[in-house]
Design a protein around this ligand. Structure first.
Ligand code: FHN
Length: 461
């Protein structure tokens, strides 16, 4: 491994260990305040990273970013393009260039809808501090500081309501590189990182009371979001995101909008509605409370013109199925360009996922973990039907046609079993070890074929 790879490896290991420790050591209280039913039924949502950073797309004056591929971090790449990153005055030249002529909220939301997504979360404000709405709290926003002058959040919210998607906002409550006193990158994080002088408690308190809390209030009062996705990570957050500040923020949201969901990346699992795992972390075993993983299509969240590491549709589908099989959600990110265009590789993957969900969504929406051992050939989900019967879904990955497969632990003989896409009957037989079933001679999808089993209503004692 060369040094950057090694640094990235060390960083991801530290991050993984931290999240695991945080989630395992803190008793996860089922203290959700809001009704999460829509969220756990929805299972699949869109994440959108869009802002000033979408214009350079990971390249500044011909130089490609180093440290990592996160193009939304272009301003704060320590040591790149020079120590301290890009000076704010220089970064702010992007304000005059921000004019995403191709932005069309309807098109973005329709793309999410046709991908089978049931909610959408967009970066209202990322770490650079730039707001995508007409904020009265800070002029550093799309309406007051750019030639575009349109309220992107307002347009997205209207489109989401029109197409029946729930709407959520990402809000960077800890890091804010624009407002004096906002949190700065929590370095050192990787080997060789410099130590960054964080704001004092007084400075951060000023940011907290003059920008963060009023902007969150504004987001709720203006747009009534279904969900607020806050973002913090690592250990350094605790210096500034004290329990008292977090309680103020949570109390504010609860008071103004008791039904708005809050995620654990706010900095605590106490009193929030769902857990967000680390970026692209699909490895967890699942949690008792609702949870989700947010993941990228390639490596960056914001548009990065040099990032061509596109994941395959099959691997994205496996992420979705895997999370649902452990009782979790999946939020798949897109990073539109500075002109507001969704990239073709994103669109292709979204539409392929949508086509797959069109025939297999029954085993995803409203479904969750099944109480059987995970088979080596795929994943299982389960849901209760309105009549009380159980439906078990077996997702066979890379299915071999005509193959006999085994479901350990399923003791009941299904009333019916069929290929979800075609309705073709599937032969199955109960044994003392579980259930054997045979795939048909021609499976409809050589990537992932789903089989549904109608199980009898469980006998209640
Ligand atoms: O630093 C951010 C990053 O830019 C991105 O927004 C992700 C999304 O989960 N959250 C932070 C890193 O975990």
């Amino acid at each position: 491994m060369d040094r950057p790879q090694w640094n990235a490896y060390i960083s991801s290991m530290i991050s993984f260990i931290f999240v695991t420790l945080m989630l395992c050591s803190v008793p996860v209280k089922a203290s959700a305040q809001a009704d999460t039913t829509w969220f756990t039924d929805a299972r699949f949502g869109m994440f959108i990273h869009f802002g000033l950073y979408s214009i350079p797309g990971g390249v500044w004056k011909g130089q490609t970013m180093g440290r990592n591929a996160y193009a939304e971090w272009i301003r704060m790449q320590e040591g790149w393009p020079r120590p301290g990153g890009i000076p704010k005055t220089e970064y702010d030249t992007l304000l005059n260039q921000f004019n995403p002529r191709d932005f069309n909220a309807d098109e973005w939301v329709r793309e999410a809808k046709s991908a089978g997504m049931r909610y959408l979360i967009i970066t209202a404000k990322h770490h650079d501090g730039f707001a995508l709405w007409d904020s009265k709290v800070s002029d550093y926003n799309v309406v007051r500081a750019t030639p575009f002058k349109r309220d992107i959040l307002a347009e997205i919210t209207v489109a989401c309501r029109k197409y029946g998607l729930k709407v959520g906002f990402y809000y960077s409550h800890w890091q804010d590189w624009e407002y004096p006193g906002g949190g700065l990158p929590p370095w050192p994080e990787m080997v060789g990182d410099p130590i960054v002088q964080q704001p004092s408690q007084e400075e951060f308190e000023r940011y907290w009371t003059h920008k963060c809390l009023p902007q969150v209030e504004e987001l709720i009062q203006n747009y009534h979001p279904d969900l607020l996705w806050f973002d913090s990570w690592g250990k350094r957050q605790e210096e500034l995101l004290t329990p008292e500040r977090l309680q103020r923020l949570i109390a504010l949201v609860r008071r103004l909008s008791p039904q708005t969901l809050i995620n654990s990346r706010i900095g605590t699992v106490d009193g929030v509605d769902f857990i967000s795992t680390d970026d692209n972390d699909f490895s967890s075993q699942g949690f008792k409370t609702p949870w989700e993983t947010s993941g990228t299509m390639n490596r960056s969240w914001g548009f990065n013109r040099t990032d061509i590491a596109w994941k395959s549709t099959q691997s994205l589908l496996e992420n979705l199925i895997g999370n649902v099989s452990r009782g979790g959600n999946y939020q798949l990110n897109i990073g539109p360009t500075g002109e507001g265009r969704i990239l073709s590789p994103d669109i292709r993957r979204l539409r392929e996922i949508g086509a797959w969900l069109y025939v297999n969504g029954d085993g995803i929406y409203g479904a969750g973990a099944a109480p059987y051992p995970v088979p080596s050939w795929g994943k299982l989900t389960q849901k209760t039907m309105p009549d009380g019967s159980l439906r078990l879904y077996a997702f066979v990955i890379n299915p071999a046609t005509g193959k006999e497969l085994h479901l350990a632990g399923v003791s009941e003989q299904p009333k019916r079993a069929w290929v979800l896409e075609t309705g073709e009957a599937v032969q199955c037989k109960s044994t003392s070890y579980g259930l054997d079933f045979r795939l048909p001679d021609a499976v409809p999808d050589s990537r992932i074929t789903a089989v549904a089993f109608e199980l009898p209503r469980p006998v209640r004692p």
